[in-house]
Design a protein around this ligand. Sequence first.
Ligand code: P5A
Length: 450
Amino acid sequence: MGAFTSFGRKLMKLSQYFMPILRDDPKEAEIVSHRLMLRTGMIRQESAGIYSWLPMGLRVLKKIEQIVREEQDRAGALEVLMPTIQSADLWRKSGRYDDYGKEMLRITDRHERDMLFGPTNEEMITDIFRAGVQSYKDVPRNLYHIQWKFRDEIRPRFGVMRGREFLMKDAYSFDVSAEDGRHSYNKMFVSYLRTYARMGLKAIPMRAETGPIGGDMSHEFLILAETGESEVFFDRDFYDMDWSAFEIDYDDLETVSQTVTEYTSKYAASDEKHEPEEFEKRVPESRRLSGRGIEVGHIFFFGTKYSEPLGCVVQSADGKPVALHSGSYGIGVSRLAGAIIEASHDDDGIIWPESVAPFKVGLINLKAGDAETDAACANLYSGLCQKGIDVLYDDRDDRPGAKFARMDLIGLPWQVIIGPRGLKDGVAEVKERATGERQNVPLDNVVSLF
Ligand code: P5A
């Protein structure tokens, strides 16, 4: 800790920040996360389904991205970065150039070549892998990137939840056999449980349709929220499962596979895959639940669907050429920013889980311009800085009521409030946003709380 992050300073004075808060609710926002992201100046709409990320929104996006990256790396995946613009050639070979229809944004360059803004990267990664491997000894491998995608959705809505341009983590695994491929699939499955747990989310894995990606095995990960786009049916027992980021040895095939079995043996399905009779047969009535969910991830196993047409073939141990077996694994990184707010807010605003909060602490100076409160704040500000804590310092000359409301609205996990009354007793008031609990803490002890 203590290092300055690549996406901005650890400390920030509100008087020098860019956080264009809206006084009134934006009328175009139908759901709470969209409303709060616009109101707090996290994002700004540029066209339908296309957003700019402003300083505070970008900090959240980068934190989500970093958790996703760490968990992909931990599961053995290797980060790459493919371009957003792709040539149509590979898509013609896989047959998806025509299949993808109007959702694909097609572009012609100055040489009249057909290009496209990538909606996903199965073709490109398969071609990269084809060119870089020769034998069965070069697999298994899993390559991923975190890159902007474009899908010309018919109905972009709910802000970053269903955008046209959106940030996705997409990983692709390559194995010599379907059996090995299954283990790669299982590793990603488990890494998703850890990833969402670290963001304070319970994302229930559900059997899913494979749609334009293809294949015969697929799970989507859904978090429960009233505003979710999918209807979901599941066993109440899911509530009692372990939703912490439990430790796991990814090389231990048996444990990884058992974990997947554990999280898939109970009934959970979204509307497309829901089978009412099976639900009734497998789950006693008292445990049958239904609701709505937000899809924050989707994983697929499609075997040789892309490796065959694209010639992604290696020499097997007995010298025969074999087409590689693959899966692809997506996480909606920008969607998660909205999904986390859907899962964690109250009437006053956002409640950020610490792991993705734009700043950990909001320092409020109740009487900016007063020599004593200014000095006490400056002292805490530098103490927290030395400890490497992310702090947003509200040094603006506003009424206390406005400051409290704003700090609650933006939802930083901790507030440290400094006013003349507390200073007489040598204390700061420390408020936890999630519980609303307040305590008076001697000034000298504040930094050690964080
Ligand atoms: C898996 C990785 C794929 O595209 N190919 C590569 C596979 N899957 S997916 O289900 O279509 O998308 C993966 C995740 O991306 C998010 N997502 C979106 N987020 C915001 N706006 C959109 N329009 C959008 N479309 C997909 C979802 O979280 C999805 O699970």
